[in-house]
Write a protein that binds this ligand. Structure first.
Ligand SMILES: Nc1nc2c(ncn2[C@@H]2O[C@H](COP(=O)(O)OP(=O)(O)OP(=O)(O)O)[C@@H](O)[C@H]2O)c(=O)[nH]1
Ligand SMILES: [Mg+2]
Length: 240
């Protein structure tokens, strides 16, 4: 009698064990498919420090932005709730501080569905080289390029009128700087397997040329501080 009960117990434990293994396999398959087709669930806000990422995050979350946010030293995770965006979107504000930015970006890029690369249109000429390096790192990332994650290049602080550079001016300058980086960084990146897609783009480098390889870079202007973020929200409603 006791032996029979023991056998029944072992039998049900075996079924439980098999169900558990099956569950783990299903989770793994879902994760791999999810990663492969590039259907991440997160919008990454990236860019130089002071570009306005935290201000934009506050606006996207409709928490209201205030002047004088402090430099972020760790990522902020939020949820975008906007009428024009059908579902809620997870968003990560990646700090721009050069010492921590790359590490945090790498940690989150697996889940990226779209990237908003914010540029300070007032200080652009002073920061141009670092901004270009930063954008190069994003576009050269194997995770980002292989999953063809779309990027929005957004010129922020357009409320400053004539002091602000236009997004067209910024785009052209960045294309020129990226063209040089494709040469200077080619050998270093090839060793680590990064930058492959950028090396294929026809010279001189252009975002239109990059689009031929499936990596879309679109441009927009905004004023995060004043809540004029229509172009960003519109783009997110299509790509987020
Ligand atoms: N005039 C103007 N100022 C802005 C705008 N967006 C942000 N700022 C200001 O720019 C400064 C930096 O903004 P943050 O949002 O902290 O910048 P950040 O990109 O998060 O910077 P890090 O956290 O250092 O990477 C703050 O003083 C903001 O008030 C804008 O659209 N117009
Ligand atoms: Mg910040």
């Amino acid at each position: 009698m006791q032996q029979l009960q023991l056998r029944e117990m072992l039998g049900s434990m075996q079924i439980l064990y098999m169900l558990l293994v099956l569950g783990i396999i299903l989770c793994l398959i879902t994760y791999i498919l999810h990663w492969k087709v590039g259907s991440g669930d997160t919008v990454l806000l990236v860019g130089h420090n002071g570009a306005g990422k935290t201000t934009l995050l506050l606006q996207l979350e409709q928490r209201g932005a205030c002047k004088g946010t402090v430099t972020s030293m760790k990522e902020s995770v939020g949820v975008i709730k906007r009428e024009k965006i059908e579902r809620q979107l997870r968003v990560v504000d990646v700090p721009g501080h050069p010492r921590i930015s790359k590490g945090i970006f790498v940690r989150h890029c697996d889940r990226a569905k779209a990237i908003v690369f914010l540029v300070d249109s007032i200080d652009f000429m002073v920061q141009k080289d670092q901004v270009a390096e930063h954008l190069y790192d994003v576009l050269a990332s194997r995770t980002i390029s292989s999953r063809k994650v779309p990027v929005l290049l957004a010129a922020n602080k357009v409320d400053c009128g004539a002091k602000a550079h236009s997004v067209e001016f910024i785009r052209k300058r960045l294309e020129k700087a990226l063209d040089q980086l494709c040469v200077t960084r080619a050998d270093v990146d090839a060793e680590g397997g990064e930058g492959k897609v950028l090396s294929k783009v026809e010279r001189p480098f252009s975002f239109a040329g990059l689009a031929m390889y499936g990596s879309q870079v679109t441009t927009a202007s905004c004023s995060a501080l004043h809540g004029d973020i229509r172009e960003v929200v519109h783009w997110l409603s299509q790509h987020g």
